[in-house]
Structures are given as C-alpha cells and as structure tokens.
Design a protein around this ligand. Structure first.
Ligand code: FES
Ligand code: FES
Length: 184
C-alpha cells in the first residue's frame, strides 16, 4: 500500500492503496463516488468516462500510480460545480430530451459530451457530425438519437471560453498619442 493524493471534484483527497489499483476502483470502492460506471474494465465501453484536467479519460484503465498530486479528476458528481450551477447545461439538455432509458451508460455519455464540446470550443468551432461519429460510448438501450439531440442542445447552452483580449488602440488613444508626438 502507498499513499496517493489528487483533486477530486474540487477537493483534495488522499487514499492508501496499492499502486496497481485502477482509478475506477479508487473512486467507487474507496471514495464512494459511484457516478463512473463499470462496464468492461478495458477502456472499451466508456461507461466509466470522467475528466482528468478537463479531458475525457477512462479511470478503469489507469492505475492510481499514474495520477499526480496536481491532477484534477472530475466525475459526473462534480460536473455542475464546474459551471457553478445545480445542473450542468449538458445534464439539463439530457433531462429536457428525456435521453436515459435504463440510465447505466448515461454518466459516461454526458462526460464524453462535455469534453467533446469543450474541445471544439477551444478550437472556436461547434461539435461536428464527424465528432459525434467518433463517440465510442456504448448504450445497450440504443438511446443514440436522443444523445445526439441532447449534445446539440447542451452545446448551445454551455459557457463559451473567454477569448484572449488583443490590444487595439482606440481612436481617442491614437489622437492623444499623436498630440504628444508619439507614434500611434
Ligand atoms: S468500464 Fe471503463 S471503458 Fe468500460
Ligand atoms: S440507457 Fe441503458 S445502457 Fe444506455
């Protein structure tokens, strides 16, 4: 056993487990965070999808020894807090479109969707049909059409990343500089 620490849903946590225990079991069995679901345990079904430092990952496939103390892991439980609301816009869209059937795959679907939209936004574009085609989350209930509808709706309400301000000289500033004899 050895000590491991990281940030989970905004709070620092510390656990004492063997290095080869995978993060999914640390979350579910040690920390009691059961939003990430166990499906295949092999990085295939995506039921466990959560975020590490804002990007989607499969905790079933990552041993705890690979997690650094500065890593920020977010599960579906911590998703609303990332936007300071009771529900993340993607979760609200999921409810609005009545996506879930049995519900088992849905936390993973939502976490993948949010990471996908965030990545598209970082490139200043919207989620494309090609992005949706690449989604690998399995749903045994076949809710795929509603998932896609909800992603489009959730994307529309997700906060946009702030663009970096580029310094532009206003007319008044240019006039002032010209009066002082400095180049505008
Ligand atoms: S349980 Fe993690 S990908 Fe299937
Ligand atoms: S809603 Fe049942 S597995 Fe997706």
């Amino acid at each position: 056993m050895s000590a491991h620490t990281f940030i989970l849903n905004g709070k620092r946590v510390s656990v004492d487990v063997d290095d080869d225990v995978h993060v999914l079991w640390v979350l579910r069995d040690v920390l009691g965070v059961t939003g990430p679901k166990y499906g295949c345990g092999l990085g295939v079904c995506q039921a466990c999808t959560s975020h590490i430092n804002g990007k989607a990952f499969n905790p079933c496939s990552v041993p705890i020894s690979q997690i650094r103390s500065s890593d920020r892991i977010t599960t579906i439980e911590g998703l609303p807090a990332t936007v300071g609301k009771e529900l993340h816009p993607m979760q609200a869209a999921w409810l609005d479109k009545d996506v879930a059937q049995c519900g088992y795959c849905q936390p993973g679907q939502i976490m993948t969707a949010v990471a996908m939209v965030t990545e598209a936004q970082a490139k200043h574009r919207k989620v494309s049909d090609a992005d949706l085609e690449q989604m690998r989350n399995v749903c045994r209930c076949g809710t795929y059409p509603r998932i896609r509808e909800a992603i489009r709706a959730g994307e529309a309400n997700m906060p946009k990343p702030r663009r970096k301000k580029t310094k532009t000289k206003t007319k008044a500033k240019k006039k002032k500089m010209a009066a002082k004899g400095t180049a505008a």
